[in-house]
Design a protein around this ligand. Structure first.
Ligand code: 13P
Length: 259
């Protein structure tokens, strides 16, 4: 079974609830119930309810950009997995480099959220990736190893069925500098090897590994053609329906070729 190509949009801290509806509507209408490609949109928390109402009968899935590691209680400002599930959220982005860099999230903390998500039927999209300094210092594989091992500690083989990984080289995020397909493929293959060591070969072969970092309609086809690149986690290009839909089309074309 080939892994289903997955195109996920990370809207980051952009779009009010009404702007989110404007962005989501044409995407949902255009995609209707296609199921050649898995499509996930991840608006900010404040827009989840509004977008949730739109996707009710669609195959488009709803993701959040963070979740609390706690179940409920006195944790001011936090949002629990159960609250997200209640809004029909199915996925959650965790360990994004922006949260690691600006909000000091460690692998141990990210791991708690991964476990909280999995225990509550939310599918984590765990992001890993090296900075430019780390790449230039030949530390890429060490960094990825630590992030994968740390982020997935305690995850069972059964839970891993609901896991998605995203490789996002920090130097390629929002910079217009995309990793070359060959470079990205090398790291994706390494991640799959790490997954195999940690959770077994069957999990490794089933787990989708998305690429993120300046993925655009004009570079997506080449990236998605690589054997271990199973989709994209898109930032900037997910903020325009036309570009995002073009990326979904690239995903469909790649799916056809990989089938
Ligand atoms: P860009 O596509 O804007 O580079 O962002 C990638 C990203 O961080 C997705 O999570």
């Amino acid at each position: 079974m080939p892994r289903i190509i997955t195109i996920a949009g990370n809207w980051k801290m952009n779009k009010t609830a009404s702007e989110s509806v404007d962005l989501a509507k044409p995407i949902i209408q255009a995609l209707n119930n296609q199921n050649e490609v898995a499509v996930i949109v991840c608006p900010p928390f404040t827009a989840l309810q509004a977008v949730s109402g739109l996707i009710e009968n669609s195959s488009v899935r709803l993701g959040a950009q963070n979740v609390s590691d706690k179940a409920s209680g006195a944790y001011t400002g936090e949002i629990s997995a159960a609250m997200l599930r209640d809004l029909h959220v199915t996925h959650v982005i965790l360990g994004h480099s922006e949260r690691r860099a600006y909000y000091s999230e460690t692998d141990a903390f990210i791991n708690k959220k991964v476990l909280a998500a999995l225990e509550n039927n939310l599918k984590p999209i765990l992001c890993v990736g090296e900075t430019l300094d780390e790449r230039e210092g030949n530390k890429t594989f060490d960094v990825i190893h630590t992030q994968i091992k740390g982020g997935l500690a305690g995850v069972t083989i059964a839970q891993a069925e609901n896991l998605i990984i995203a490789y996002e080289p920090v130097w390629a995020i929002g910079t217009g500098k995309t990793a070359t397909p060959a470079l990205a493929q090398e790291v994706h293959a390494f991640i799959r090897k790490e997954l195999s060591a940690l959770l077994g070969e069957s999990v490794a072969q089933k787990t989708r590994i998305l690429y993120g970092g300046s993925m655009k309609p004009d570079n997506a086809a080449a990236l998605l053609a690589e054997q271990d690149i199973d989709g994209g986690l898109i930032g900037g290009a997910a903020l325009a329906a036309k570009d995002f839909l073009a990326l979904v089309e690239s995903g469909k074309a790649a799916a056809g070729k990989k089938a």
